[in-house]
Write a protein that binds this ligand. Structure first.
Ligand code: ASP
Length: 304
């Protein structure tokens, strides 16, 4: 497992994002890697702008994820991984450290699924909504698009390659962000198209509170990526938070133990980003690589 643990610095807030875990980043050509770096940087800056202006952790993680959803390189929003039927079924989730949460699954019409998840949290009694209708999204005054908007030639080619077994289903691209704001509030957001070639109706860990996404003020905020079924069965994000709360484990210790026991021990691959209540930022993965961006106190660090 690789883990990067960055102690809090004096900006008074923290932000870290991921763009999915998967195979070796070295496999990317320089051109493509540059585009990923640009996308990660743009997304980090969107969240940073919110936090630097005194905005909330929730606004920051939504602004960051919105950028990544709009970027066709990442497996979320436009350019999401496609189901076996060639459709895009999008999952997204937000949670704030004060215990509020919202999620959508099999979302087909919201241009930015992260904002649909936020509406579920803020404007509905539900926590998880399946396949929100276009009318519901319009009632919430969210931007809607036809389902074809999400399909890109690159993803259609990837699906053909996976189905003809020329390519192993690569999992790079799910996106997520976690933040601590200047008022000490934590938030997490995650968004994905799921796994390439997944059955229609399959739901991964992303919209499941405690599996792929979790936040609790005073403890930690976490966003995960990887083989969703293992994250659900290991309740990975919550397991890390529980280790911190009940065993008093430091963030990096808790993450290392959970990744080892709930993922690696079961042959499952993935990673996560986390921010502790003190502003410590952690990036961890047992996959060969994971796209991420964070600030190390002097400069923005991107892994692409
Ligand atoms: N965790 C996502 C899922 O299982 C996929 C990913 O992170 O790439 O749906």
């Amino acid at each position: 497992m690789q883990i990067y643990d960055v102690p809090p610095h004096d900006r008074g807030w923290s932000l870290v994002l991921h763009g999915g875990a998967g195979g070796r980043v070295e496999e990317l050509t320089l051109d493509v890697r540059g585009s990923y770096t640009a996308g990660l940087t743009r997304a980090y800056q969107a969240g940073e702008d919110v936090l630097a202006a005194g905005g909330s952790a929730l606004d920051a993680v939504c602004a960051t994820v919105e950028q990544l959803e709009d970027d066709p390189l990442f497996n979320a929003g436009r350019g999401a991984a496609l189901t076996a039927a060639g459709t895009a079924e999008l999952d997204a989730c937000v949670m704030t450290g004060d215990g509020h949460a919202g999620a959508v699954t099999a979302c087909r019409y919201a241009r930015n699924p992260v904002y649909a998840a936020r509406k579920v949290m803020e404007d509905s009694p539900a926590v998880l909504l399946v396949a929100p209708s276009e009318q519901r999204l319009l009632d919430w005054e969210l931007a809607t698009v036809p389902p074809e908007y999400f399909l890109t030639p690159a993803r259609q080619q990837q699906l053909r390659n996976v189905q003809s077994r020329q390519l192993e289903a690569s999992r790079h691209g799910t996106v997520g962000a976690v933040a601590l704001d200047a008022r000490g509030r934590l938030a997490a957001a995650t968004s994905t198209g799921g796994m390439v070639n997944q059955n229609e109706g399959r739901v991964g860990d992303t919209p499941i509170i405690g599996a792929g996404t979790y936040a609790r003020d005073g403890v930690v905020a976490i966003s995960c990526t990887g083989e969703g079924e293992a994250f659900i069965k290991g309740v990975v994000a919550y397991d890390i938070a529980a280790r911190m709360r009940y065993l008093d484990q430091p963030l990096a210790t808790a993450i290392t133990a959970t990744v080892e026991e709930e993922l690696t021990a079961h042959g499952a691959m993935g990673g996560l980003v986390a921010v502790g209540a003190d502003g410590t930022v952690t990036v961890a993965h047992n996959s060969a690589a994971m796209f991420s961006a964070y600030h190390d106190g002097t400069r923005l660090v991107t892994h692409a």
